[in-house]
Design a protein around this ligand. Structure first.
Ligand code: GRF
Length: 204
């Protein structure tokens, strides 16, 4: 039997990527389109979701969409909370036999020690064509710069922020009539295509 790949999603905000991955991979989804869409040979399982922000929309959204997926709030607002956060996260990883840590809008930096311990097991999605426009507000930075092409990158997480080996990358063209808002929509649409594709590429 194919080995089950258990993932934990880490998210701090809106949660559209977390929700999309759950829609694609959660076995109990009632969503007919998602079931049709799912690659049945791919044994990816969303085992848990962790947020570092107590009232982040992602928490409520996941609870509503998939009440059987455990959702944890682990405080990590400032660096002083990182040690506690990582310790608790490690117990969740052990408890659910996690094979992959999926960052989906997780707005905190994991320590070098944690990243090294889970080498090649942590992946992230970034809304630009890395190595261009690293860091926060990447969509706006690309738009303000006036580049004609930007995009989305899924990469392994290394101790250096937004710098690990690229797993998947897709281009998004910035048209003359694009606004920041229309570009954000295009980028998020692309994210929702390539994050599931990246997971399938790694594990299918
Ligand atoms: C996405 O743009 C992702 O690329 C970046 O953070 C954003 C998270 O959006 N890392 P959401 O919370 O998944 O809607």
């Amino acid at each position: 039997m194919q080995k089950k790949i258990n993932c934990v999603i880490l998210a701090s905000g809106n949660g559209s990527n977390a929700l999309n991955l759950i829609r694609k991979f959660h076995t109990d989804t009632k969503d007919a389109d998602a079931v049709e869409d799912r690659n049945i040979t791919c044994n990816i399982n969303i085992s848990a979701v962790v947020s570092n922000i107590e009232n982040a929309p992602v928490i409520e959204k996941v609870r509503l969409a998939a009440p059987d997926i455990p959702v944890f709030f682990l405080p990590y607002a400032s660096v002083s909370e990182r040690e506690y956060f990582e310790k608790e996260l490690e117990s969740i990883i052990r408890k659910y036999n996690i094979n992959c840590i999926v960052l989906a809008g997780f707005m905190r930096i994991l320590s070098k020690e944690f990243v090294s311990k889970f080498h090649n097991k942590i992946i992230n999605i970034h809304p630009s064509l890395l190595p261009a426009f690293k860091g926060k507000d990447a969509i706006k930075s690309a738009f303000d710069y006036g580049v004609k092409y930007t995009g989305v990158t899924v990469h392994y997480v290394t101790p250096e922020v937004d710098a690990g080996p690229v797993i998947c990358q897709e281009v998004v063209k910035i048209e003359e009539n694009d606004t920041l808002e229309s570009l954000e929509l295009k980028i998020h649409d692309m994210e929702h295509k390539i994050y599931p594709a990246a997971l399938k590429k790694i594990f299918a």
